[in-house]
Design a protein around this ligand. Structure first.
Ligand code: KG4
Ligand code: ZN
Length: 374
């Protein structure tokens, strides 16, 4: 079964064709990073307009790259939420139109579930890997979410923990902004941290007792305190952080600011709590595999730390750790088409009243829901 996936929940316009939920036949992503870079973050109105411009060429490119005609597509899958309403609307309406014209089922997909299912995908020239074994723990870390999930089967989720304030990706983005490193923050912090000495600064970790929840806002404040003494006036003669739109101006620092060491210490503080809690959950729930998903799963320090934790607490090959290649960690449509295949097997299909759900939680087939901010 060939599923065409469409993803427009945030700032990537994406379309992809995936065979049987596993085999990527094409995967096209038009990034809007340049569009938002000058603003230091995603501007919803600009994002929606960007999707309108890009979506048709992106869908055409996904079909061409897969070498398939429109009639060879068996179902149209689209992200219905969570995400930015104006952005989601573009994808949902294009998907509806295609499904109507081609007479194919329209399959709405939860963006969070799609991130999880990136772990089932393999590239166009790769042999499909053995699927992850259930029960599994998935650490889903993106720009909007930080969730620790127990998954006992396809579509069966139990929420174990989530962030109480900033998402992990948001922590990276805000930390990068404070350090004057630009947007998106995760890759910028990772680059700046290379060669830095993390042990130079003792940044706080919010362990929150035995809970599987996370909190990153205290860490951000601690970083702010460390950088403040180095701050210079953006406009000569003015106080460093006053004046019109001061909070929107990139900070200017004295050249002595130890950027590499601060970035390394900050990254380690985020990554350590994520890795320790995910591996503890895997032990507590007898997981047979541990999955990483979402944009922050692209972080090399996180991948490394998780593997170190697993080696410390599990025997050789006892807990396989899986994470998608970097291009499938950040937003893409292959994960949407992949997740749709498993949803179709469970009977998922939408009518023409299908709509966008900006704050959609992840709903388990067993009846539970979880989720949070879009
Ligand atoms: O999953 P995603 O592409 O979009 C959302 O659904 O939010 O995640 C984007 C987030 C951003 O906050 C970005 O800074 C972060 O993922 N990210 C990273 C890295 N690459 C992307 N964070 C840490 N290290 C990275 N290498
Ligand atoms: Zn995402």
């Amino acid at each position: 079964m060939n599923v065409l996936g469409i993803e427009t929940s945030c700032d990537e316009t994406a379309a992809a064709v995936v065979g049987d939920g596993r085999q990527i036949r094409s995967n096209v992503v038009a990034s809007q990073i340049e569009l938002h870079q000058t603003h230091g973050g995603v501007v919803p109105e600009l994002a929606a307009r960007g999707h309108v411009r890009a979506i048709i060429p992106v869908v055409e490119a996904a079909l061409a790259e897969a070498g398939l005609g429109r009639r060879e597509i068996d179902a149209i899958a689209v992200t219905e939420g969570p995400g930015l309403a104006g952005s989601l609307l573009v994808g949902v309406n294009v998907a509806k139109t295609l499904a109507y014209v081609l007479g194919r089922p329209l399959v709405p997909v939860n963006h969070l579930e799609a991130h999880v299912y990136a772990n089932w995908l393999s590239g166009p020239d790769e042999e499909p890997q053995t699927p992850p074994a259930f029960p599994l723990i998935c650490l889903l870390v993106s720009g909007g979410h930080t969730e620790l999930i127990l998954m006992t089967g396809h579509g069966k989720y139990r929420h174990l923990g989530r962030t109480l304030d900033d998402a992990a990706g948001e922590a990276f983005d805000k930390g990068a902004r404070l350090l004057g490193l630009g947007y998106p923050g995760g890759p910028a912090i990772q680059r700046a941290a290379a060669g830095g000495d993390a042990s130079r600064f003792d940044l706080p970790r919010a362990w929150l007792g035995e809970s599987y929840d996370f909190s990153f806002s205290g860490l951000k404040t601690a970083l702010l305190r460390l950088v403040e003494p180095y701050r210079l006036p953006a406009v000569p003669g003015e106080q460093p952080s006053t004046g019109p739109f001061a909070e929107h101006r990139p900070p200017v620092y004295a050249p002595e600011l130890p950027v590499a060491d601060l970035a390394a210490a900050y990254q380690e503080a985020v990554v350590e709590v994520l890795a320790v809690k995910a591996v503890r959950a895997a032990r507590d729930f007898g997981a047979k595999s541990l999955l990483l998903a979402g944009g922050v799963a692209a972080n090399a320090a996180l991948r490394h730390r998780i593997q170190t934790e697993v080696r410390t607490h599990f025997g050789e090959d006892e807990l396989p750790v899986r994470f998608p290649p970097i291009s499938l960690c950040t937003d893409n449509a292959a994960m949407v088409a992949g997740a749709a295949f498993f949803a179709i097997r469970r009977g998922a299909q939408a009518g023409w009243e299908a709509d966008v759900h900006p704050r959609l939680p992840l709903v388990s087939d067993e009846g539970g829901t979880f989720g949070g901010r879009a």
